[in-house]
Every structure is written in structure tokens, then in C-alpha cells.
Design a protein around this ligand. Sequence first.
Ligand SMILES: [Zn+2]
Length: 269
Amino acid sequence: MRIPRLALMAGALATVLFAGTAHAATSAPAYKPVLAKSPIYKTGKLGLGTCEEPKVQSGSLDEVRSYLDVVLDCLNAAWEPKVKKAGFAFAKPALQVIDKPGAATGCGKYPADAQAIYCSLNKKITFLVSPNVVEEPGDLILMAVLAHEYGHHIQQLTGMFKARTTYNGKNAARVLDETRRLELQAECLSGVFMGNVWHSLNRRQGEFDYLVKHGGTGFDLSVIGVKVENWGEKTHGSAANIGRWLKRGFDTESAGGCNTWKAPKSQVS
Ligand SMILES: [Zn+2]
């Protein structure tokens, strides 16, 4: 059994910077309609059904890039009709695949401790082919992470990214709450895609279950613009909740299953 690498990575980074946050309310506070009542929730199940996933054997940069290109095509084909149905303009994200941190992303230099990031400013996903990817090149995590970043792209296209509360130095609890809801939603949207094409992937159910059990994609550092290091679980939620939302998306195959803005605090902690 392989080690849940991303979970380990997450654990190492989960430095708690904001201790003592109040836990009084259990229901969700009110969020802007663009977040909590987005028309994307009413667009129904994805209609793709099939994604011809190539095999990844060596984990080389070129091979991983070819793999991600194919899966990205599947993601575009799956989500474009839904974004349009919801009344938003669709654009494909750019994809950059790198093998060491430091590359320009459009949102600053690629950080040392992320598997992938989405930059909303230039709609670009940057994916790091790190040693753990090379070690287990056929791992489902490649698809899961790309589909998670694509979830952030959906959030960008539907105006959610912009709707976030800006960090002003004093409202960390609110910003962290919203950040977790965004991250868990992206994880759920990853599950929506994987659930929709799952039968075409020729993978064992155990591979997906393993991912759910070990906290999904762990976390990335997609939340650019809030300059605080090492937010770890505070920004992405607990491993149990990440797995919960990943599975919810997988089971519903619909963005409608991913309204984290209506979820009680216990599900987005
Ligand atoms: Zn993310």
C-alpha cells in the first residue's frame, strides 16, 4: 500500500496560524447569491460519460503533460455546456506543466509546497510533476488534482472567485471560512467529473475509495492573493471533509451536489 503522499504533505504544512477562532454558529452564514445561489447548481448531471484516459508509465514531464492535455480536453468538453447553460461565457484554461517550483504562474512564482495551482488572473493551471507523481505515475491523483484545479476555473468563470471577501488583516476567520468553502467545492467538482467518466476509465473502485479515505487531493495553494503562509487545513478543510465533498461530487455527478455555501460549518471545517 502506498503512502498517502499528499496527505503527508498536507500534515507537514498544517501549521495553525489562527488559533482560537470562535465556533459558536453551526449553520452557514449568509453568502452572496453568486456563491450560494449560482445557476451552475441547476445545470444537472455532466453529460460527457467517456474520457479515454491514456496510461502514464514513466512519469516523465512529457508523458504527464500528454496525459493532462487529454484529461483537460475531457474537462473542457464536460463543463463547457454547463457553464453556458448557467448563462456564463466559457473559456478554456491554459495549462502549464513544470518539474520544479519557481516558474512564473501569472500569480507569482510557483511555491515549493503545492501540487498544482490555478491562477484566476490569467486562467492558468500550473501542475508540478513532483517526485511523488513520478513515483506513482499511474495514480488517480493526476486526474483528481487537474479536475480540482478545473473546479477553480469553474469558480472563476461563474464569478465566485471575485465574490470572495478580501483579506484586510483583521477578518481572517471569515476569509478562511470562505476559502475552505471554495476549496471543498473545487474538490467536489473534481468528484463530479470523475464520477461522470468513471466507468470509462478502467480503474478499480478501490482507487477512488482510497483517495476519499486519504483526504482527496490534499491541498493545493490556489488561493492566491492572501499572503499568509502555511494555512494547511485552515484553508482546505480536514481530510475527512475533503474526502466527503469529493465523494459527494462523485455520487451526484452534478455541480448541484457541490453547494458548500449552504453547508453547515461542521462539513466545511
Ligand atoms: Zn484548490
